[in-house]
Design a binder for this molecule. Structure first.
Ligand code: DGL
Length: 267
């Protein structure tokens, strides 16, 4: 059967976080159509038991697959860590792209860097994450930090202000001495509050520390896989985005409005 190149690329997350990856995807692939599924009724995933996360991640992937997605981007470090293998096995006829914390680029930046990794508790407990850090411990000092509470605030629409600043400072305070060479944002919600994280780090240690995330790398990998599978939409029309959520009506409008605001700010 001929491939439908104008079919959308599905992008999923536990909620709003995957929008940080979608921004990179749209920048790199302006002719692709996307369909975004945020599981905000079940967010945050980061403290849930792995079986529930797996069930939810497979449910989200099915919504996108049944909507005709030609590829799936799991824009969630937690769901990737727990369920990427199951998603790939279940939807084996389309490319499935996961995301992982940007530990590789952070470890390569200088000689023996000190790298702080912010992520959800579940991500840090996964064998996949242990394997990833194991590949770089001989060249970098890697300090994982489970960041409880941040995703709850972001899902509640708190993307700046004193409450968020305090929550970020409480997570990072114990790991900023000595000052790290970089901080990896190992949850796709965190790039959405990059300014607050940067400010908290500067206030706590008096230095600007590079913040790295996996969004751009994931977008590049998506482009590579679409290309290899002959699935790139040649255009010329500009791609559209469909928004879906498991949460109450109106949540998808929040994703959409936030996407539009961020896109304008970073244009
Ligand atoms: N945005 C997700 C991640 O990248 C999940 C956060 C959560 O739901 O706890 O890990």
């Amino acid at each position: 059967m001929a491939k439908d190149l104008s079919a959308p690329v599905g992008v999923m997350d536990s909620g709003l976080g995957g929008v940080s990856v979608l921004l990179e995807l749209v920048r790199l692939l302006p002719h692709e159509h996307f369909i975004y599924y945020g599981d905000s009724a079940y967010a945050p995933y980061g403290d849930r038991d792995p079986e529930t996360i797996k069930t939810r991640a497979l449910f989200c992937a099915k919504q996108l697959y049944d909507s005709g997605a030609k590829a799936l981007v799991v824009a969630c470090n937690t769901a990737t860590g727990v369920a990427i293998k199951d998603i790939r096995e279940t939807f084996s006829d389309i490319p499935v792209i996961g995301i992982e914390p940007a530990i590789k680029p952070a470890s390569m930046q200088t000689d023996s860097p000190r790298v702080v990794v912010m992520a959800t508790p579940v991500t840090l407990r996964q064998g996949k994450f242990q394997e990833l850090i194991g590949r770089f411990t001989d060249r970098a000092d890697i300090i994982p930090v489970p960041c409880r509470g941040l995703v709850e605030l972001i899902e509640a629409g708190i993307l700046e202000g004193p409450e968020l600043e305090k929550a970020v400072s409480d997570c990072l305070f114990p790991v900023l001495s000595p000052v790290p060479d970089s901080i990896v944002l190992g949850c796709t919600h965190y790039p959405l509050i990059k300014e607050t994280i940067g400010k908290a780090v500067f206030d706590l240690c008096g230095r600007h520390v590079p913040l790295l995330d996996g969004g751009e790398g994931t977008a590049r990998q998506t482009m590579r896989l679409l290309d290899q599978n002959g699935l790139l939409n040649p255009g010329p029309e500009e791609g559209r985005i469909l928004w879906r959520t498991s949460a109450r009506d109106g949540t998808e409008d929040r994703y959409k409005a936030f996407f539009a605001r961020r896109r304008k700010e970073t244009a």
